[in-house]
Each structure stands twice: as structure tokens, then as C-alpha cells.
Design a protein. Structure first.
Lengths: 345, 302
């Protein structure tokens, strides 16, 4: 049997010790009961001690939701990211800690991200003197804010540990500013912006090649080797949403239909539809998202006329493009450039 | 908690079944039911039964619990017979059922009242236990599960009220900020469970040293803020110094991280500004400590 090209929300492709046990330990120390944390999942207490025990995304999301429901503790995602970074059983994190520089560490994180965060996929948006890494959700019904914060906290802790401060980082959140803002500000200790077009991390390019304080070539090579070995049992599969996103991104300005996508994945139409419903994906919305991201990316990178953009994104004329852009962001393209210029300074 | 009270639950169930059985033996079914009465009395019975369950599920064994239990059991019993009354008709010479129906209710009310008085006393004792953790507001949703202190939202709510009160009475109000230096390093070197333990220990220690009327909240992560009502800057400085010394006792073997205690007089008009001002002062203190080569903060203040 060939492994499918993507993983579903019920595939057990996450190791329990890559995050789940850390989160459960944190929650238990705060007074939550283990059996209640595992409520609604197919995980038993005995599974937690098994080496290489696995968990599927549905259960992982359920555990996060149980934690949030049982504990009013806003610090959990921040602590989760940091404790994952220092977990000696996650070889990817060990490799990150001993990497020669940030560029190398990010490259490694990108390459083996399916080992710790398979449910999200990055999107690189290079700008003149910063690198913006956008983060997109692979599943529609996921506690995405929690997972994003955990991931940002991991990267932030890495930078802080290596450079002593994290001044070169800016964290972007799509959600509007609310009560949690103070927690974000205090825990991250770097600039945090809300109501942004993407969730992501903005990194100053000067940081990328500055060498890390704790670089250790021998341990780095060893940790990297065990990452590569782990890849054999945790195959590199994208989520279905990521797969469609990437295909559509390559196909622009042509637009894929659900039928053509199904034939590319060697599925019948109805089977493909069933998969989409199972993962809570709306095909048209995903295609729309690709165009939106590409439009914003192009607008940030260079001066484009609306006509040019409409051509690049597969719109029949510029009016349709303008209307779509207004729908996505609430402003017209020319204003967007100013707005984004403001938020970068 | 409910598991502790199994015997009581079984007893209540048996009592109700037994009386239902006796009632069925004595009376005959009515021809016409008044459904409005059934609804009213049925609701009263169900609510009383729910109260009984809630009491049992939220309280450990003890005198107060017994009083509350027997009082509400009498009420439940009375309401239950009241409800049965709607379906059954008793022959006139039998007075037993009407006594059983009307007597337990007033007795139950009386016992319940004694129980509530006991509960009130108990609550005052618990309030004394909570000294240093709570001021005028109680909302269990805002409690931080690790240190059992109130969190940030509570701090802002209480501080806003205290600022208004103190300004109108022209009394001094101060804050103490307790900040753990390099906490993430400590976490990394000793593990996250050691870090959590340290925070719990720290909060217990600081609370035991605060005066009556002071309240400490967990601002976020490794940072705590204590509100000191009616305290001048001098007094607050002394208290901060005292806390610093206590915490240094904790740090005898240099195994735990350094802790900064800083007293700040509240001059701002809003809670947000006051906290912000306190953190500006803290940052200044940290910078000066760093430039003087990590001398303990208490000494630099002297």
C-alpha cells in the first residue's frame, strides 16, 4: 500500500512526547486531573509512558481544548513552547539549540516541521530588511491561536537564549487586540502587533546570520542525524489544506477546480469531496485565500498596477480584483500599501 | 465529593421510596389532577432535591454539612409528600400523611438556618485563611491555578477601586512588585516543574509576610504585584526590604533565582498607568543593578 500524499485529522502522525506530554505535565501541575484532560480522546494513561507513542490531530486538539476548559491559565501556550524547546527527547529542538545560526535553525525547523507542528504550514514573505514567516492553519477546526502562540514562543525563546534578547523579532497576530494582549506583551517581551493581515513572525535579516552563542557542531550534527532517522517513522506529509494551497499557488494565474484537483490526487470527485468535508475544508475559500495572500505579498514586494495584479491572480479584469480585495481586507489595494507601510515602521 | 456521602444518598432514597409506598397503601388515586398544582409542587420538589445534591457534592463531612443535609432532607421530604398529595386521596380518619407532610417543612427550615449560620462562621474562618489573596471581590474564574493567587484581571479591578477610594480619602497607596530575575534560565537549567514549584513557594512565602488588608496577585509568569492600601512610600520600602531579606533566606544555596522586590507609590489616576509606572521603575532598578554588577537590590536601596 502506498502512503497517501497527505495526512488526515485522524492519522496518528504526532509523537506523544513531542508536545502532548509536556502540555499534560504543565496542566497537571496546575491542578488539572489527568483523566479529565484525556476525556474524549483515544489516549489512555498507560500510553503516555510508552516510547514512540503516537497521537492524531483530533486528539491533540481535544487535549488542548480540555486544558483550556479546565484551567483558566493564559500562560499555558507560552510555557508549552518553551518547555518543548528544552525537552531533551525532541531531537529537532536539540538541533535548534545547538545550531550555528538562526538561518540554519529556521531551515531545519522548516525541513522537519512535520515532526512537531504538522498542523501548520509556513509561508515565506521576504521583505527588504526583514523576513516575514507567515503561519497558516492546516485544519479549520483547530485551537489555532494556542498552537501559534506555542510555536512563536518556541522560536522567541530560542532567539532570546542565543542572543540574550529578542529585540529583532516582531510577532504578528490576525486577531484584534484584547485582554490577552498584556500576557502576550509580557511573556514574549518583544514587539507584538494585532489585527495584522497574517499570523507570523517578522525577523530582522541581520539576526539570521549572526552566530549562535551555544553553537555546538558535534551535538548539532548528532541531533540532525536523529531528526533524519525520525523522518523514517514520521513521513513528511502535508495536510490536505496545505497540499491544495501549494498546488493552487503554483497554478496561478490559472484557477484549479475541485475536479482537476481530485484528478491530480488520483481520487474520484465524490471521494475528494468527502475528504474535504471530513477535514472541514472549503475548497473555494482555500483558493480565495491563495489569491489573497499572493496579492498582499505582491503589493508588499513591488509596485504593481491593479491590472497587472488582476492578470497575475486570474481575475478577468481589474474591477473584479478590486472588489475581491476590498472584501478580503476592507480597504482598496492602493490604501493597503500605505497601511502596511505604516505597520512595518 | 459525592462519593463520601454515599450512605446519606442511599438513606434519602430509601426514605422517599418508603414514604411513597406507605402513601400508596393508605390512599387511592384521584380521578382528576390539577396539573398547575402538580407543576408548581413538582418544581419545588425538584429544586429542593437539586439543592440537596449540590450541598452534598460541594462539602466535606462535618457538623455544618450534617445540619445542611438534614435540613434540606426535611424540606425535600415535605415537598415530595406534597407532590404525592396531588395524585392520591387519603381517607379522612387517617391524619398521618398530613402530619408527615406539614411537620418536616418548618423543622427543616429551622435546621437549615442553623446550618447556614454555621456556614457563615466557617466562611469567615476561610476568609481569614485567604488573607493576602483576596480583597473585596470574589470570582473563582480569575484565580491562577498554579499559585492559587488571583491573576491580572483581578489586579486591575481591585487596583482601580482602591485608587478611587484612596484618592477621595487622600490616603497614600503603594504597590510592591516582586519580579524573578532570569526565570527562564532557571527553568532551562532545573526543568519546568522546578520552576513551577519555585513560583508556588515564593507566593506562599510572600503572602505569609504581608499584613492584613494587603493583597497579592500574579501579574504574569514570573511577576507578582501586591497592593498595599493606606501605606506610605516609606512603609512600603521597609516592607519590600523585609521581603527581600526573607527571599534571600530562600536563596541560601544560590540554587534559586534572584528576586527583585520594589515598592512604588501610586501616583497615577488609573490602574493601567499605575502598573505601567511600577514597571518603568522596575526596569530602571534592573538597569542600575546590572551596572553595579548584580548587587542585591536591598543593599543598593540602603
Amino acid at each position: 500500500m502506498t502512503t497517501p500524499q497527505w495526512f488526515s485529522v485522524r492519522d496518528k502522525n504526532l509523537l506523544l512526547q513531542h508536545g502532548s506530554t509536556d502540555l499534560l505535565a504543565l496542566a497537571q501541575r496546575r491542578g488539572a486531573l489527568l483523566h479529565k484532560l484525556l476525556n474524549g480522546t483515544s489516549i489512555f494513561e498507560a500510553d503516555l509512558t510508552r516510547p514512540l507513542g503516537r497521537i492524531c490531530h483530533q486528539d491533540w486538539f481535544q487535549i488542548i481544548e480540555n486544558c483550556q476548559q479546565q484551567l483558566k491559565s493564559p500562560e499555558l501556550p507560552f510555557l508549552l513552547g518553551e518547555s518543548m524547546l528544552h525537552n531533551p527527547y525532541i531531537s529537532l529542538c536539540q538541533a535548534l539549540l545547538t545550531a550555528p545560526n538562526l538561518a540554519q535553525a529556521l531551515r531545519l525547523l522548516h525541513c522537519y516541521r512535520h515532526q512537531i507542528f504538522p498542523g501548520i504550514y509556513p509561508q515565506l514573505l521576504p521583505q527588504s530588511d526583514t523576513l516575514l514567516v507567515g503561519v497558516k492553519a492546516g485544519f479549520a477546526k483547530a485551537p489555532q491561536q494556542f498552537i501559534n502562540v506555542a510555536m512563536f514562543s518556541l522560536v522567541q525563546a530560542l532567539v532570546k537564549q542565543q542572543f540574550g534578547n529578542n529585540d529583532g523579532l516582531t510577532l504578528l497576530f490576525r486577531s484584534s487586540e484584547h485582554n490577552a494582549a498584556i500576557h502576550h506583551q509580557h511573556h514574549f517581551g518583544c514587539k507584538v502587533l494585532f489585527s495584522q493581515p497574517v499570523d507570523g513572525i517578522k525577523i530582522e535579516k541581520t539576526l539570521l546570520l549572526t552566530s549562535f552563542k551555544r553553537h555546538d557542531a558535534k551535538r548539532f550534527a548528532a541531533a540532525r542525524r536523529s531528526c533524519a532517522q525520525l523522518s523514517r517513522i514520521l513521513p513528511k506529509q502535508p495536510s490536505l489544506a496545505e497540499l491544495i494551497y501549494r498546488q493552487q499557488r503554483q497554478a496561478l494565474p490559472a484557477l484549479l477546480t475541485a475536479e482537476s484537483m481530485a484528478s491530480q490526487l488520483e481520487l474520484s470527485n465524490s471521494a475528494f469531496r468527502r475528504q474535504l468535508t471530513q477535514e472541514f475544508i472549503s475548497f473555494n475559500r482555500l483558493v480565495d485565500e491563495v489569491r489573497q495572500d499572493r496579492a498582499q505579498q505582491l503589493l508588499q514586494q513591488r509596485q504593481c498596477s491593479n491590472k497587472e495584479l488582476a492578470n497575475l491572480l486570474g481575475y478577468s479584469d481589474e474591477h473584479n480584483f478590486r472588489r475581491a480585495f476590498k472584501r478580503w481586507t476592507g480597504i482598496i489595494p492602493s490604501n493597503f500599501r500605505d497601511f502596511f507601510g505604516l505597520s512595518t515602521t | 465529593m459525592l462519593r463520601q456521602h454515599q450512605a446519606k444518598l442511599v438513606f434519602s432514597g430509601l426514605l422517599l421510596t418508603l414514604s411513597a409506598f406507605i402513601a400508596c397503601q393508605l390512599g387511592d388515586t384521584k380521578q382528576v389532577f390539577d396539573w398547575l398544582d402538580v407543576l408548581g409542587e413538582g418544581t419545588a420538589f425538584l429544586v429542593a432535591a437539586a439543592w440537596l445534591l449540590l450541598i452534598l457534592s460541594s462539602r466535606p463531612h462535618g457538623r455544618v454539612t450534617e445540619l445542611l443535609y438534614y435540613g434540606s432532607l426535611c424540606l425535600v421530604y415535605s415537598y415530595f409528600l406534597n407532590l404525592l398529595d396531588e395524585f392520591l386521596h387519603y381517607p379522612d380518619p387517617v391524619r398521618l400523611m398530613s402530619w408527615l407532610e406539614s411537620l418536616p417543612a418548618p423543622v427543616g427550615m429551622l435546621v437549615l438556618t442553623f446550618g447556614l449560620v454555621g456556614w457563615h462562621r466557617e466562611q469567615r474562618a476561610i476568609d481569614r485563611q485567604l488573607r493576602g489573596r483576596e480583597l473585596f471581590l470574589r470570582d473563582h474564574n480569575l484565580i491562577d491555578p498554579l499559585t492559587q493567587l488571583y491573576g491580572l484581571e483581578y489586579l486591575y479591578a481591585v487596583l482601580a477601586r482602591e485608587i478611587t477610594l484612596h484618592r477621595s480619602n487622600q490616603q497614600p497607596l503603594s504597590l510592591i512588585v516582586v519580579d524573578v530575575a532570569q526565570f527562564s534560565d532557571f527553568n532551562r537549567n532545573h526543568g519546568f516543574s522546578a520552576g513551577d514549584n519555585f513560583l508556588t513557594l515564593l507566593s506562599e512565602l510572600v503572602i505569609s509576610q504581608l499584613r492584613q488588608g494587603d493583597v497579592m496577585c500574579r501579574y504574569s509568569g514570573d511577576c507578582f504585584v501586591a497592593i498595599l492600601p493606606n501605606t506610605s512610600q516609606v512603609q512600603a520600602d521597609l516592607l519590600a526590604l523585609h521581603l527581600q531579606h526573607c527571599l534571600q533566606q530562600l536563596n541560601k544555596n544560590h540554587l534559586t533565582p534572584e528576586v527583585n522586590c520594589l515598592a512604588v507609590k501610586v501616583a497615577a489616576a488609573t490602574a493601567t498607568d499605575a502598573i505601567e509606572q511600577a514597571f518603568v521603575e522596575l526596569a530602571k532598578l534592573k538597569r542600575s543593578a546590572a551596572s553595579q554588577g548584580f548587587k542585591p537590590v536591598a543593599e543598593t536601596q540602603l
